[in-house]
Structure formats: structure tokens, C-alpha cells
Design a protein around this ligand. Structure first.
Ligand SMILES: [Zn+2]
Ligand SMILES: [Zn+2]
Length: 280
């Protein structure tokens, strides 16, 4: 990719995300990645709640990139922002949504990609005994994944992070628990303490790179991508339109060039099981 080859890029992270992000950007875009030592992205919010996140994730991403560009004077920045919670459509299923952004200040390019994964150990529970703590630790994959201990769910005073072993975790529980033995344990979602999340960040970065590598056929700017879709792929049996994608619409954010791609999933008809008429 000529656009980025040989240029420096700053990875706006303090939780070792560069370990998964940098190799992908270096290999597939030819960027030379650097990670600043003193970039405190936690000022923009933390997962454990000591600093509340303000604004939507895209605004936070942009701020992280701009912060890194300002600090280093490098004009290309990459940042990541994860959010966790219940999936809006699939009730109670915990999901990890990772957004990644590339900002090129010199050329006015901003490209975003997202990856949604059900593969997450995002969790939290009230703890009333060592047994319950042990059970939670087992469930989320401690100690390869971190646990954060709090006095209570919404109490951010005296939080204990970074227990290394089950012995240390139990010791810390005894330190933080209240007189009735209650405390709150939650999965540490900081990427460095959560290899499961790190994998999702890697997948999001791969997707970002393939988006960057798609150039506008008209002006050749990187990041030509789908902005809209149209339903109506015909049913194989009755020929009526189904809710499946008939076409994807691509639009260039730079020159507004637009292109439609019919049958985006290489499928010209839909299976009757997805047809509202054949299979209501
Ligand atoms: Zn264009
Ligand atoms: Zn049908």
C-alpha cells in the first residue's frame, strides 16, 4: 500500500495493544509503528470506572488518536476502543465490541472498523466467600485473565487489580471484603490482562487493514467501503424478495463516488427457509 508504506504510525495505547496491532499494520500496510511511553489514554476513561467515559466511543477514539499525534508529531495514529455488555438483540449474551480507527492527519483520512464477538469473558459478581471467589476465578480463566476486586459494584475506592495468583487473589479479597464478607469481583477487561479480548482486537485490526486496502476506484483514496445495503434477494422457490441482502452500496467519503455491488455474498437466490412466504 503506497499511501502508508514507510510512514510512521503511532499506536495510541497504554495497555500493550501494540503487541497485536503493530505486526498487522507493519506487514500489511508497511507502516512503521511506534508506541509512546507516556500516553495516558486512561484520562479518557477506564473500564473499572475510576474515570468515567464521556462521549460516544468514536469520539473517544478520535481523541486518543489526536492525543497521540499531538504528543509525538507523527501524522498517522491508530487507536482502539472496546465496549462490553449485553447484546441488544440476543438477550443476556455478553458481547465484546471492538472499534479501531486509523487517523491520517496529513491527508484528512479517518477509517473505522468494528468487530463484534460473543467470545468474551466479560463478567462480574458479588462475592461472599472464598469458594465463590474461587468459582468466579475459574469461570473467567484467572490467572491468564485478570480480576478486579472492589468493595461493591459501584464503589471505586480502594480497587485491587493485578492479583497474580489465586493465593494473592484470596489474600486481596480478605483485605477488601466488608465485615459481612461481601465484595465484588469482575473481569479485568484491559487488553494486557485479557488475552481473549486481545484476539478480538487483532481481528478488528485485520478488518480495518482490508478496508484501508480497498481504494476508491475514482480517486484512489484508501477506505472505500459499504455505507448502505438493499434487501430483497429472491427466494429460490417462489422468487419473492426476502430480507437478505440484494446489494451493497459503496460510497467514497472523499469524492462521493458511488458504486453498487449486486449479490454481495456471491448468492443469487436465498434458501426458502429464510423466505417469509415459503416459511412464515
Ligand atoms: Zn473517491
Ligand atoms: Zn419463497
Amino acid at each position: 500500500m503506497i499511501f502508508f508504506k514507510g510512514r510512521k504510525a503511532v499506536i495510541a495505547t497504554k495497555h500493550k495493544k501494540e503487541e497485536v496491532i503493530a505486526p498487522i499494520l507493519e506487514k500489511k500496510l508497511g507502516l512503521i509503528c511506534v508506541t509512546p511511553n507516556e500516553l495516558d489514554t486512561d484520562l479518557l476513561g477506564t473500564f473499572s470506572g475510576e474515570v468515567e467515559r464521556s462521549g460516544d466511543p468514536i469520539t473517544t477514539l478520535r481523541k486518543k488518536c489526536q492525543m497521540a499525534i499531538k504528543k509525538t508529531g507523527i501524522s498517522v495514529a491508530i487507536a482502539n476502543e472496546g465496549s462490553f455488555g449485553s447484546h441488544p438483540a440476543i438477550y443476556f449474551a455478553p458481547v465484546d465490541e471492538e472499534l479501531v480507527m486509523l487517523l491520517d492527519d496529513e491527508n484528512g483520512i479517518e477509517i473505522i472498523e468494528r468487530e463484534l464477538s460473543f467470545e468474551t469473558n466479560f463478567d462480574g459478581t458479588d462475592i461472599k466467600s472464598v469458594d465463590e471467589l474461587d468459582e468466579f476465578a475459574h469461570k473467567i480463566g484467572f490467572p491468564s485473565h485478570g480480576i478486579i476486586l472492589k468493595k461493591a459494584k459501584d464503589n471505586f475506592k480502594g480497587i485491587i487489580k493485578e492479583s497474580q495468583s489465586i493465593e494473592e487473589l484470596i489474600e486481596n479479597y480478605h483485605k477488601i471484603k466488608s465485615v459481612d464478607c461481601s465484595a465484588y469481583a469482575e473481569t479485568d477487561m484491559r487488553a494486557i490482562y485479557n488475552p481473549t479480548r486481545m484476539k478480538v482486537i487483532a481481528r478488528a485490526t485485520e478488518k480495518l487493514v482490508s478496508k484501508i486496502n480497498t481504494l476508491c476506484p475514482n480517486c484512489s483514496i484508501p477506505g472505500f467501503s459499504v455505507v448502505d445495503g438493499q434487501k430483497g434477494l429472491p427466494c429460490e422457490m417462489c422468487g419473492l424478495p426476502t430480507r437478505s441482502a440484494l446489494k451493497h452500496i459503496y460510497r467514497c467519503y472523499q469524492c462521493n463516488f458511488q458504486m453498487e455491488k449486486e449479490f454481495p455474498f456471491e448468492k443469487r437466490v436465498e434458501d426458502p427457509q429464510y423466505c417469509d412466504f415459503c416459511n412464515p
